[in-house]
Design a protein around this ligand. Structure first.
Ligand SMILES: [Zn+2]
Length: 393
């Protein structure tokens, strides 16, 4: 059964917005045609009051932390935040599973079709096997610079990695957590097993992270001392943290840097130079940045370097909801030199490219199955505070 869907404006993302357009698709949501409304019998058209965009891509999430909403205080900075989350991680399997199912459903309802999801445990795998969404699972490794323990860490997370079977909707890779938590030994071992996939890494999220690598001083050093961990294997690079990761990341992969709150134009250019611009993606999670650090990236640096930006929600420990439209609203509210169409590209096709799903998702194009999302309550092409998104297919 063919469906014909129309709205005031359609944003295919891969081409200019269309007024009075119609999307023709088959019963599986595959786009058959994008056409002018006047070529179709009005009685066959389902008309929606708002704008239609392709399904959103959530490029960075930790679905397994969904039961921890509200446990961390806002505005404390990253190190206090991490300590609060670790302290509160123990809950019954029932509570964890209930929260994972509930939040996946919330993501689907508000128009998300694919998720780049961090896993430290197997908690989300039962849900992911249902294939309600596309998932790229990043099994995340960190040894906190304790190289005597790196082999154990590898075994521990390899067991998590092996528990998820890869399918076209369930992709996976082994990834380093962040420059401030991964030793040279672990980076090197991960490098040996990463080929032709997406590799994500948390990057330049908080001032102490850069300070750690610039001077080997600051709050991360105090953090390691407080938990009784040796800091001798932390390299002093005299450069910001991203350069440590760049020593080990590879052109053969899609490289997804996450947060980048403190990344400068020079940092971005260096990553482009080392890895090839087309292989580098910059995920921004603005609401999480405001939640934890009360700070946002300077998006001008990404525009001026032609960087491929995508959008994530991070987890419910550091956000009020897992909703890409809410992230777009925040970006456009605080850096209003950006426009809706630019940020929509970040929220759709760029995320799809970053996760390797762009052949089916990310834009309304013939042959793709992108999912369709209705945004209501926009005003003159702008997102208002009242705007909402919902999945229509
Ligand atoms: Zn994260």
């Amino acid at each position: 059964m063919v469906r014909k869907i129309s709205a005031h404006t359609i944003y295919p993302v891969s081409s200019s917005p269309i007024e009075n357009g119609v999307i023709v698709m088959d019963e599986n949501g595959k786009i058959i045609a994008i056409d002018n409304l006047e070529n179709h019998d009005k009685t066959e058209i389902e008309f929606f009051d708002g704008v239609i965009v392709p399904g959103f891509i959530n490029a960075h999430c930790h679905l397994e932390l969904s039961h921890l909403n509200g446990v961390a205080q806002t505005g404390t900075g990253l190190i206090d935040f991490i300590s609060q989350v670790i302290k509160n991680r123990n809950h019954s399997p029932e509570i964890i599973q209930e929260a994972i199912g509930r939040e996946e459903k919330n993501m689907i309802d508000c128009g998300i079709v694919a998720v780049g999801d961090i896993s430290n445990t197997t908690d989300t795998f039962a849900q992911k096997r249902k294939e309600n969404l596309f998932y790229y699972t990043f099994v995340e490794y960190f040894d906190l610079f304790q190289e005597s323990n790196t082999d154990n860490i590898l075994q521990q997370y390899d067991a998590v990695f092996n528990a998820l079977t890869e399918t076209s909707k369930n992709q996976k890779s082994k990834v380093p957590h962040a420059p401030y938590s991964v030793s040279r030994k672990l980076f090197e071992m991960l490098k040996q097993v990463q080929h032709d996939g997406t590799v994500s890494i948390h990057n330049q999220e908080t001032p102490p992270e850069n300070e750690l690598f610039l001077n080997k001083t600051g709050d991360f050093i105090s953090f390691y001392e407080r938990i009784g961990f040796d800091t001798k294997d932390i390299p002093k690079l005299e450069k910001p943290s991203v350069y440590y990761a760049l020593e080990y990341l590879q052109k053969e992969n899609r490289n997804l840097f996450v947060h980048n709150t403190l990344s400068t134009k020079e940092d971005i250019k260096s990553a482009h130079q080392k890895l090839g611009k087309e292989n580098v993606f910059w995920a921004t999670c603005p609401n999480a940045n405001l939640y934890i650090e009360n700070n946002l990236p300077n998006y001008k640096s990404f525009l001026e370097t032609n960087a491929q930006v995508c959008i994530g929600t991070d987890s419910l420990t550091s956000n009020w909801q897992l909703n890409i439209l809410e992230e777009m609203k925040t970006i456009l509210k605080y850096q209003s030199y950006l426009d809706f169409e630019t940020v929509l590209q970040w929220a759709t096709i760029n995320g799809a490219r970053a996760l390797g799903f762009a052949d089916v998702l990310g834009s309304i194009e013939i042959g793709k199955t992108p999912g369709l999302v209705l945004i209501e309550n926009m005003e003159n092409g702008k997102l208002t505070n009242q705007a909402t998104s919902k999945k229509i297919f």
